[in-house]
Design a protein around this ligand. Structure first.
Ligand code: GTP
Ligand code: K
Ligand code: MG
Length: 483
């Protein structure tokens, strides 16, 4: 077991860490990673080159892996040694490309335990060392984590750009601009007293820069949360009266019986969430309880949760039973939306009329901004799927003038910069400090300078330049072991 002090990765005396970097279980290959001061010991005691010469740095060499004490052969492998600092963590790093399968990697991991100074790595610890050595900033760490968990093509592209430093560059440039502005102000503080005109001009220049910066940050914040939505998936809530076919729709979208479907109204109680890929778009779909007033306490809670899920969603789909909402009028048939759902409809709500098979064939009125289907016979579902994916893509939330969700974008400056809620919070805080700076006149210039310093710090926090310990734990918590 690990004890407390071996868990602290920023020990003065850094331990050597090792972990399986690939998913456990039967597979063609598995990769075991080792990093730290004792890596050369591991190399000397556990790796026997077939050609007798020690493997050249950064070159794959065929070797036998042996037990450090007994010398027993554990596997035939390909081995690559990265002497620090030219390695992922900047420490000496060793990668053992061994045969896949639990017994092979288990034997090698057990053998590594015997090497003095070596211990199993914590989740994300290799990357944490790379971060602490300044090899990547916090946005790149986040990008890497997102890349590893990317499920769609659009997510992969965005995460790869961030991991490669696209966001880092832009945040650093933003921070540099604030620092320039601060330099102007400090020049006034330092030299101001003698030459009034010079002072005034430099102060005006700083103000102009601050106004410009404020506008830039405002523009970044007005991104309809594209980056966060792309990363986390569009939140889509299915809602409507009981028995409309919401759960049937979820199952249709998932192509499996994920939710319980019965003719009993009030079947779904809790919110059921699935991650799906709808036409290349990552979507987190919530099936919810049918909305109605009820005496059943459990159902009441379900209805409350349903409302919350719809309000929290980026896009909602109102599912209605067509035979129940079609009304005949002298002008022809019309769709009447039930009162119980009215309050939840907004500009991001689409409508799906279900149970088309129960309508007289002559009735085929389409609701505005909606579709008419039968989830039982699948009549109309092809149109719906194509149209809905298109609508999702076109939706204000996903596409702005400059961003094509499907094809992504060539220009990294056009990619959404804010990919995590944390970025948004720090940018908002930087904006507040810039605003505060602008409220100070030349006579309060020292106070003004302080606000600018805080603004620069707020942006610095995004990259992890400033007090990040608490953030780090959150960021690395979701990493897999061996990364
Ligand atoms: N005829 C017909 N029946 C359908 C169709 N879609 C769903 N149903 C049936 O309608 C009933 C209710 O379906 P559900 O998917 O459970 O409806 P729901 O909206 O999730 O219901 P609650 O969870 O109770 O609010 C089930 O018996 C389904 O088989 C359809 O297109 N045509
Ligand atoms: K039902
Ligand atoms: Mg249901």
């Amino acid at each position: 077991m690990l004890d407390e002090d071996t868990l602290e990765p920023s020990d003065a005396q850094r331990r050597t860490i090792y972990a399986l970097a690939t998913a456990p279980g039967p597979s063609g290959l598995a990769v075991i990673r080792v990093s730290g001061p004792d890596t050369r010991t591991v190399l000397a005691r556990m790796v026997q080159p077939v050609s007798r010469a020690s493997p050249a740095p950064r070159t794959l060499a065929r070797c036998a892996i042996v037990h450090p004490d007994t010398g027993a052969r554990l596997d035939d492998a390909l081995v690559v040694f990265f002497p620090g600092p030219r390695s992922y963590t900047t420490e000496d790093v060793l990668e053992l490309h061994v045969h896949g399968g639990r017994a092979v990697s288990a034997a090698i991991l057990a053998a590594l335990e015997v090497v003095p100074g070596a211990r199993p790595a914590l989740p994300g610890e290799f990357t944490r060392r790379a971060f602490e050595a300044g090899r990547m900033d916090l946005t790149q760490v986040e990008g890497l984590r997102d890349l590893v968990s990317a499920r769609t093509e659009a997510q992969r592209r965005a995460a790869l750009a961030v991991a490669s430093g696209a966001s880092r560059k832009r945040y650093e440039a933003l921070r540099a601009e604030i620092v320039k502005c601060l330099a102007n102000v400090e020049a006034v503080i330092d030299f101001g007293d003698d030459e009034d005109d010079v002072e005034w001009a430099a102060f005006e220049q700083a103000r102009d820069r601050a106004v410009q910066l404020r506008d830039n940050i405002k523009a970044l914040l007005a991104d309809a949360r594209r980056g966060e939505i792309l990363r986390e998936g569009v939140r889509l809530a299915l809602f409507g009266p009981p028995n409309a076919g919401k759960s049937s729709l979820l199952n249709f979208l998932a192509q499996r019986e994920a939710a319980i479907v019965t003719p009993v109204p009030g079947t779904t109680r809790d919110v059921l969430e699935l991650e799906l890929d709808i036409g290349g778009i990552p979507v987190r779909v919530s099936d919810t309880a049918g909305l109605r007033t009820t005496a059943d306490v459990v159902e009441q809670i379900g209805v409350e949760r349903a409302r919350k899920a719809v309000e929290a969603a980026n896009v909602s789909l109102l599912v209605l039973s067509a035979p129940e909402v079609f009304v005949e009028t002298p002008e022809g048939p019309r769709v009447e939306i039930p009162d119980t759902v009215q309050s939840l409809i907004n500009e991001n709500t689409f409508i799906l009329l279900n149970k088309r098979d129960l309508l007289p064939a002559s009735l085929s009125l389409l609701p505005h901004g909606g579709w008419l289907v039968s989830l039982t016979t699948e009549q109309g579902t092809l149109d719906f799927m194509g149209g809905f994916a298109h609508a999702l893509r076109k939706s204000q939330l996903l596409i702005t003038r400059r961003y094509d969700f499907k094809r992504d974008t060539q220009d990294p400056d056009d990619a959404p910069l804010i990919t995590h809620a944390r970025h948004r919070a720090h940018l908002e805080s930087a904006l507040r400090f810039l605003d505060a700076f602008l409220t100070h006149g030349p006579e309060e210039i020292v106070l003004g300078a302080e606000e600018l310093r805080y603004a620069a710090q707020a942006v610095g926090r995004i990259s992890g330049l400033i007090d990040v310990e608490d953030v780090l734990d959150v960021v690395f918590r979701d990493f897999c072991i061996g990364k």
